[in-house]
Structure formats: structure tokens, C-alpha cells
Design a protein around this ligand. Structure first.
Ligand code: AMP
Ligand code: GLY
Length: 429
């Protein structure tokens, strides 16, 4: 039986992902009051924003108690990796409050690349061959690189804000970068260990799984576009656009993903006693006709959430209650058969230096798309830019091409100084 009690819900985070969470939760008959901390200009319109640093757990506790929150939905990885769920469980005032997101031990799947690789190997889940090296093993790292063919893949073990992966064509350059990571702490503490991996050649996609720790449900697939430049060139970003579903992931391929990757992942969490109630984001690469795992994230993707959640027809709070109460098996996910796309509008200069505080004009004229605010905030009742990724323009269509056309048309109505977006999202499909 599903609970029907209405709830007060707090979403932690401030990006497009959290606006999409809030947008979906706000539609639920089971939520009677919604808070987002710290939120952005988009969440301000549908929820109460509360300024807080999401890593300041004692202030989060005050907010939760002051507002009689029943459930906390954690958007970004940092608070999970730092143990916000464990913090709630250990505090007698908070232990009854539902937290959506894994406990610290399980969050290491994203917090440590070495931990993730060991998990993948232990549970025989297909992934790239690898070895990991610490500071006093630089020479051994060079030797391992010599046994590999280019390109060389170096990954800082810890969280490095999406910047910790280097892919290099030249052996000497790879050795030099390995030395910088290990010895000169190129990525700070995150690169005190480095995973060196076999390069996998293929097309990437992501799948999203909900789990209550026992049962799982699979959300629609999505593909994001990480590079800043058209044709997938230039620096890595948080994501410049996304498409769902992924057209090349047919039923047979999805079946392989479920059998070879999702089931052993859930069983692995149970076997290893890693407590997990939340979202698992599995980054995959299709090599030939087979899926292999590139990475785990212990949260939803951004901008993938902005195309995945709009396609979910269920009452989202009912689904979240299923996760919290370990009754996910009683829920049938209903997915909109239409395609959804999103295009990220970013500040000129991003992902390097960019200016903030630019007024965003024209959002009120959007009728055919859903503009999810990301790096945008309210200043004297005006919406201004406050980050690199500013707005994710989501649209539906019978095909992804039709949805993309709508997103691009809606973008024409919006403007801010030095606005940039990729004009080729979906080009490779
Ligand atoms: P990660 O942070 O592990 O997802 O890596 C960032 C990006 O690097 C991925 O999205 C891939 O594009 C690329 N990448 C990571 N590992 C590999 C690999 N073993 N082979 C090829 N590309 C990779
Ligand atoms: N869009 C990739 C991520 O959220 O990590």
C-alpha cells in the first residue's frame, strides 16, 4: 500500500536538475509544501527558496526542523559523498526523516573511481581494464602506460568537479600528466590516487535507475553532450544538451544493460552491504553491440534530468515514497512515449572564466518548451545569470528531431549578453 499522507519536501541544490525535481514534485498531490535550498530563480516561482550551503549539514538540520520537513531529496553528489544521509540517520531529531540519496559508503561509487572499479570487477560487470596508482607508485604507473595503446585515460580517484579525467594521445604527455596528478596534486587530494584505464571506443549513453536498496526501476535512457564545441570538440562541460530516449538503444540493447549491468549492480550493493535509497546514474559506452560501464554517479545527471523527469508520467512523490519505504516493487513507472530534448544556454567563456549578473530577457515568452533555470537567480525581481550553465530549454516531440526544433525555436526568444549554445545537439544520432 502506498502512503497517501501529504508531505513537506526539501530539495537540496541549485541547478537545472533541482529545478526539474521541484517542477515535478510541485505537480504532486502528495506534496503540501516544497522548499529548495538554495534553489534558483526557477525554483523561486514554484517553491520557497532557503539560502544555505548544502555542505553545511547543521544549517540543513535547522531548516529541516524549523519547517517540519518529512523528506529531503539530495540533488548533487558532494553532500552524499560527505555523508549527509548518515548525518540524518545518526541524529535522533532527524533519523525519522526520509533522505533520498545513498549513504556515504555507497556514495563512494562516485566519490572514488578506484572504489567503483573494484566494485565493477568484484561483481563481474563489464568495464574498461584498469590499474590504480598512488603517489609512491609513479614509476609503476609509467610502466603500465607503456603496456597500453593510445589514447591513454587517466582519472583522478576523487571528486574533481567533472574535470578529473584526462585522455591523451602521446605516451610521454600521459606520463607527465600522471606525474602532475600524483606528485604535484594537479587535482588536489582528488588525484592522490589515479586510475589508468584502457580506452574504450564507442558511443556514450546514460541509464538511470531508482532503487530502494532491494528493488529497482529503470528510468528512460538519455544522452548528454559534454563538450563545449560543436561536433563534440573543445573543453568538457557539465553538459550542453541532452536527448531522451537514446535512439540507438533498442530493446535488445536495453535488455543487455539490465541483465549485465543493472541487476549485478543492485545485487552487488546488497552483497557488499552498501545502503542505497536513491538514484543511480550509470554512464555507459556502447562498444560494438555491448554496453560497458564508464562511471557510476550517485545522483541524477544534469542536464539529463531535464529530459528524463518530464517523460515520467507518475506522481513523482509517490515514486520517492516507494524509494523511502522500500516499496518500489509496487510502483509501475509510466513513461511518455514522446522524445524530450534540452539545449543548455551558457555564459560566454564557460567552462573557463565568464561574467555573471547579465539580465536574462524573454523567458516569459516561452510557450512550447519548459525553461529549466540553472545558473540563474533573482535580483530585484529580474532574472540574471549566476553561473556558467544558465537555462536548459526542454521540449517534447514525436521524434527527437521535432523536439530539438522546438527547443531551438524557443531559444530564439531568450537573450542575455554573451549567450552561447551548441547548435548541433543530436548531430550524431
Ligand atoms: P568519467 O568522469 O569517468 O565519466 O569520464 C569523463 C569522460 O571521459 C566520459 O564521459 C568519457 O567521454 C571519457 N572516458 C572515460 N573513461 C573512458 C574510457 N575508458 N574510454 C574512453 N573514454 C572514456
Ligand atoms: N551531465 C553529466 C553529469 O551530470 O554528470
Amino acid at each position: 500500500m502506498l502512503q497517501t499522507k501529504t508531505m513537506k519536501i526539501l530539495v537540496l541544490g541549485s541547478g537545472g536538475r533541482e529545478h526539474a525535481f521541484a517542477w515535478k514534485i510541485a505537480q504532486s498531490k502528495l506534496c503540501d509544501k516544497l522548499f529548495v535550498a538554495p534553489g534558483n530563480s526557477g525554483t523561486a516561482g514554484i517553491a520557497e527558496n532557503i539560502p544555505v550551503n548544502v555542505l553545511d549539514f547543521s544549517t540543513v538540520k535547522e531548516i529541516v526542523l524549523d519547517n517540519k520537513i518529512d523528506m529531503v531529496v539530495v540533488g548533487p553528489e558532494d553532500p552524499l559523498v560527505q555523508g549527509i544521509h548518515d548525518f540524518f540517520l545518526k541524529d535522533k531529531d532527524l533519523s525519522h526523516i526520509h533522505v533520498i540519496g545513498p549513504q556515504k559508503a555507497a556514495a563512494q561509487l562516485e566519490g572514488s573511481k578506484e572504489f567503483a572499479k573494484e566494485f565493477l570487477y568484484r561483481h563481474h560487470i563489464p568495464t574498461a581494464a584498469y590499474q590504480s596508482f598512488s603517489r609512491d607508485e609513479v614509476e609503476a604507473g609509467y610502466k603500465f602506460l607503456e603496456t597500453l595503446k593510445p589514447p591513454y585515460v587517466l582519472k583522478a580517484d576523487g571528486l574533481a568537479a567533472g574535470k578529473g579525467v584526462l585522455i591523451l594521445n602521446d605516451l610521454n604527455e600521459a606520463k607527465e600528466e600522471l606525474r602532475k596528478m600524483l606528485v604535484e596534486s594537479k587535482f588536489g587530494k582528488a588525484s592522490s590516487k589515479v586510475v589508468i584505464e584502457e580506452f574504450l571506443d564507442g558511443i556514450e549513453l546514460s541509464c538511470f535507475v531508482l532503487t530502494d536498496g532491494k528493488n529497482y526501476k529503470i528510468l528512460p535512457t538519455a544522452k548528454d553532450y559534454k563538450r563545449i564545441g560543436e561536433g563534440d570538440t573543445g573543453l568538457n562541460t557539465g553538459g550542453m544538451g541532452a536527448v531522451s530516449p537514446v535512439p540507438f538503444a533498442d530493446a535488445e540493447f536495453l535488455d543487455k544493460i539490465e541483465e549485465r549491468i543493472i541487476k549485478p549492480t543492485i545485487n552487488g550493493l546488497i552483497k557488499d552491504k552498501l545502503p542505497y535509497k536513491g538514484f543511480i546514474f550509470i554512464g555507459l559506452i556502447k562498444v560494438g553491440n555491448d554496453p560497458k560501464v564508464i562511471e557510476y554517479n550517485v545522483r541524477m545527471g544534469d542536464p539529463e534530468t531535464e529530459v528524463v523527469l518530464p517523460r515520467l508520467k507518475n506522481d513523482f512523490v509517490e515514486v520517492l515514497q516507494g524509494i523511502a519505504n522500500e516499496t518500489l516493487d509496487s510502483i509501475n513507472l509510466e513513461i511518455d512515449s514522446r522524445a524530450a530534448t534540452t539545449i543548455m544556454m551558457v555564459s560566454g567563456g564557460y567552462p573557463e572564466a565568464y561574467e555573471k549578473g547579465k539580465e536574462i530577457k524573454g523567458l516569459e515568452n516561452i510557450t512550447d518548451s519548459i525553461p529549466f533555470h540553472a545558473g540563474a537567480r533573482l535580483e530585484n525581481d529580474e532574472v540574471v545569470t549566476s553561473g556558467g550553465r544558465v537555462v536548459a530549454m526542454t521540449s517534447f516531440g514525436n521524434t527527437y528531431e521535432e523536439a530539438l526544433k522546438k527547443s531551438y525555436k524557443s531559444l530564439e526568444k531568450v537573450h542575455f549578453d554573451k549567450m552561447y549554445f551548441r547548435k548541433d545537439i543530436g548531430f550524431d544520432l
